[in-house]
Design a protein around this ligand. Structure first.
Ligand SMILES: *Cc1c(COP(=O)(O)O)cnc(C)c1O
Length: 403
């Protein structure tokens, strides 16, 4: 058996399709984001980051950094255990209370990442509900798909944000079977927002539970950063809200917020929560400072929305193929993994502009794109530089402009 050949041919397939992933080796510079340095080639080179999910720059916010420094000095580096075995620090309890209040829920539960929270919560819910059917939006994140799969439940996939299709599927199911609808608020690759209230109406009508991934919306939408569900006043209609501490909150970790009983169930039954060392108190302290800050400050959200609107307008004015976006994310459609990678490579090598190509399986084949995430610290001059570079590189690659 030539094991090595099997592994190598798996890698070759990715190269052949042009979607072999190369990680760019960077260091961000505290205090001057989106400026960073890129390693490789002839030593560190200054770059501008255009694709970070630290949408609001909270990863470098002085209050967040200071909270982490303080925690590190006072209690040390790691938590030293699972939540059950000495790893349940006061920071964890405080952050869970803060997150429960952010979403108007009775309780919240921390996980080591948003991925783990989706995987652990969905798989456990599905196992606890006898014969449950899970209704899943076709563009749901890989972590939700993994959780649904390991729940062992029957899964019915509805067309993206298509409420009529969802209703068709709900109506076909046995009225007495438990049902769960799993979806996201902001779909970060397509930059659109789901009809949360309409999905909650269907959940009421067909007596289904709802599970909303607000990973790309927490910190970003709502007067306190509670996400799209806060902005639209529907948080109380959702059974479970899930979020991350690693994107707009700028640190690391994931969580769910729900009723006391559901939180108690996941806490007690989910292996992905139980059998792993809890988040470092340093991370939790940083996340707590970030959540608290974004609960009372509108400034970061306002400046970010302004940046996103400006970049969309500049892309459109230059006839760049900007995809429709009702959110803070600005995707440009390329439609080929090879071209997306080449444009990204040229932008980095020649212009010091960093935007990662987004390829299958993150997005469907043929819809490969570049995904820009302008933030409060991207200036109009940086945007003009970016637009100029894109127009030049698109011309070189013979990518047809809009219009
Ligand atoms: C990034 C992401 C996650 C995972 O969150 P992490 O904290 O990065 O693990 C979950 N859901 C969606 C929609 C995401 O984009």
């Amino acid at each position: 058996m030539d094991y090595d050949r099997i592994f190598k041919s798996a890698i070759d397939r990715l190269h052949d399709e042009g979607r072999y992933r190369v990680f760019i080796d960077i260091l961000r510079t505290k205090g001057s984001f989106p400026n960073a340095h890129c390693f490789g080639g002839n030593g560190p080179k200054p770059i501008t980051v255009w694709c970070s999910n630290d949408y609001l720059g909270m990863g470098q916010n002085p209050r967040v950094v200071e909270a982490m420094e303080t925690a590190l000095r006072e209690v040390g580096a790691g938590s030293g255990g699972t939540r059950n075995i000495s790893g349940n620090t006061h920071y964890h309890t405080e952050l869970e209370a803060e997150l429960a209040s952010l979403h108007g829920k009775e309780g919240a539960l921390l996980f080591t990442s948003g991925y783990v929270s989706n995987e652990a919560a969905l798989s456990t819910l599905g196992k606890l509900l006898p014969d449950c059917i899970i209704f899943s939006d076709e563009l749901n994140h890989a972590s939700m798909i993994a959780g649904i799969k390991s729940s062992g439940c029957e899964k019915r996939v509805f067309r993206h944000n298509d409420v009529e299709h969802l209703e068709e599927l709900l109506a076909e199911a046995d009225p007495d079977t438990p049902k769960l609808i799993a979806f996201e608020s902001v779909y970060s690759m397509d930059a659109d927002i789901s009809p949360i209230a309409a999905i909650c109406d269907l959940a009421d009508k067909y007596k289904a539970l709802t599970y909303l991934d607000e990973v790309h919306a927490v910190g970003m939408y709502g007067d306190h950063g509670g996400g799209v569900s806060e902005r639209e006043g529907v948080a109380d209609r959702l059974t479970i809200i899930e979020g991350t501490l690693g994107k707009a909150f700028g640190v690391m970790g994931g969580y769910i917020a729900a009723s006391k009983t559901i939180i108690d169930c996941i806490r007690s039954y989910a292996p992905g929560f139980i059998f792993t060392t809890s988040l470092s108190p340093v991370l939790v302290a940083g996340a707590l400072a970030s959540v608290r800050h974004l609960k009372q400050s509108q400034e970061e959200r306002r400046a970010q929305q302004e940046s996103a609107a400006m970049l969309k307008a500049k892309f459109a004015a230059a006839d760049l193929p900007v995809m429709p976006s009702s959110t803070h994310i600005v995707p440009l459609l390329i439609g080929s993994p090879v071209k997306a990678k080449r444009i990204s490579d040229v932008l980095l090598a020649e212009y010091g502009l960093y935007v990662q190509p987004i390829n299958f399986p993150t997005v469907p084949r043929g819809t490969e794109r570049l995904r820009f995430t302008p933030g409060p610290t991207h200036t109009p001059e940086m945007m003009d530089e970016l637009v100029g570079a894109l127009v030049e590189v698109f011309g070189r690659e013979e990518i047809r402009l809009a219009a």
